[in-house]
Design a protein around this ligand. Structure first.
Ligand code: SAM
Ligand code: TMP
Ligand code: ZN
Length: 411
């Protein structure tokens, strides 16, 4: 008889977290290795569950933050032209709405290489980024952005408040969901934010993950998978209120949540509309998430069957985009270099290394083009439009793309 695991404890409200998907033994998703590195690799168990009390979807095991976010963290946000345009737009909107006064001050957690704060700096507005990962923080500094190489948390935020005064905006993109200590974050935001200020964050949306079966959004760095419902509950737990939501097309479907201190701003109709949509989709019910888990198993079986067939036929198959997400796909589906000979990626910090766990070589885009493979497994499916536009010659050469979100298909 398998032993019943004790439920994990919710990192928001301390309720019981019921596991609905086990993705097995996984390496750190961004731990690309030198090909000759024979040191022992770190693995953890990747499983995801839902809190029976507040509905927050979260991992059941936490990876220590210093293992993920350090000097050599390889993800550079400015690598995508679509994301550069997205963050320039975010910055312009803050400049037009929240940051017009002479005292204006914005703090960003996880500013990475300065992709958003660069536009704020150009406008001459006071700003500060928190970025614990050394190399990307340096890249932000190189474009003139003010950065502290530190984790945002209660103590570091209070220090900034004491030294620099209140902020009108605290912003985080693809960072809040990385942080399994929301109590400390909310204490920090509370210390730092002006009375009428806003705390805005955008992250992958549970509704999109379930609708598209994009299980590769689940990996070590994505500790939480937010919904309007769970964010509303989390905000209320800390004296804040969810006052706006906006669905975003980036990174496979995200939501931007705007929080204010309770009672300070009137919630927009978009909040009630998204909550109603989530109710209709059954997003807060464990049963729905168990259905999602069954869909994930089907995708794994279909993808592995396709890749094995192509190998048997002698086709040349490579992958495109050494995303953090692809660590979940390759390790959960057991896809190694025998099925996918290499991954093409434009990030210098990933090139000439091997992927975590399955050790598939990462090569620069030039290798993809010389000669083109028969099939390319699109790991960076969230950047599909940009990649298809840049790689039209691949299709013209007779090449075909393999996708697995929302289903496995060749096109
Ligand atoms: N905001 C950028 C974007 O959307 O492209 C970067 C997102 S990246 C996936 C997450 C970033 O958050 C990393 O650069 C990481 O170092 C940073 N990070 C992780 N924990 C943090 C914390 N507690 N405070 C500030 N930054 C943090
Ligand atoms: P992301 O999905 O986490 O943003 O990661 C995308 C990865 O794909 C990143 O390593 C950069 C890579 N990439 C390319 O190789 N070519 C491209 O055209 C784009 C947009 C991304
Ligand atoms: Zn909870």
């Amino acid at each position: 008889m398998p032993r019943e695991l004790a439920p994990a404890v919710c990192r928001v409200c301390e309720g019981n977290v019921h596991e609905f998907l086990d993705l097995g033994r996984q390496p750190l998703s961004d731990a690309f290795r030198a090909p000759d590195d024979d040191t022992e690799e770190f693995f953890y168990r990747l499983a995801v569950g839902q809190c029976e009390k507040c509905t927050m979807v979260q991992l059941t095991e936490e990876v220590p933050r210093e293992r993920m976010f350090h000097q050599d963290y390889p993800y550079h946000s400015s690598g995508s032209s679509v994301m550069r345009a997205h963050f320039a737009d975010v910055a312009r909107r803050f400049l037009a709405t929240e940051l017009s006064g002479p005292e204006a001050f914005i703090v960003e957690m996880g500013c990475n290489d300065g992709v958003m704060l660069g536009t704020i700096r150009e406008a001459g507005v006071r700003h500060l980024g928190f970025e614990p990962s050394g190399a990307v923080a340096e890249a932000a500094r190189a474009v003139g952005v003010r950065v502290r190489t530190a984790f945002f948390e209660d103590s570091t935020a209070a220090q900034v408040r004491a030294e620099e005064g209140p902020a009108q905006v605290v912003y985080a993109a693809n960072t809040m969901c990385h942080i399994p200590y929301p109590d400390s974050i909310f204490r920090g935001v509370d210390a730092l934010l002006a009375p009428d200020g806003v705390f805005v964050f955008e992250d992958p949306y549970l509704g999109d993950v379930v609708a598209k079966t994009s299980f590769d959004q689940i990996y070590d760095e994505h500790f939480f998978l937010f919904s309007a419902h769970s964010v509303q509950t989390m905000a209320a737990h800390h004296g804040f209120e969810l006052v706006d939501v906006e669905r975003l097309p980036v990174h496979g479907g995200e939501v931007r949540y705007t929080l204010a201190r309770a009672g300070r701003r009137t919630p927009t109709p978009a909040v009630a509309a998204l909550l109603a949509e989530e109710d209709a989709a059954g997003l807060s019910r464990l049963e729905t998430l168990r259905g999602f888990a069954a869909d994930v198993m089907r995708i794994r079986d279909d993808l592995v069957a396709l890749l094995r067939r192509l190998r048997a036929e002698g086709a040349r198959v490579v992958a495109y985009g050494a995303t953090a997400k692809s660590a979940t796909v390759t390790n959960f589906c057991d896809i190694g270099p025998e099925l996918v000979s290499f991954v093409s990626d434009s990030t210098p910090a990933k090139q000439h290394r091997v992927t975590p766990g399955k050790h598939i070589p990462v090569r620069p885009p030039a290798a993809f083009r010389d000669p083109y493979p028969d099939y390319a497994l699109l790991f960076a499916w969230n950047h599909a439009d940009e990649i298809m536009a840049n790689e039209q010659e691949f299709r013209r050469s007779g090449g075909k793309w393999i996708s697995y979100v929302p289903t496995v298909r060749v096109s």
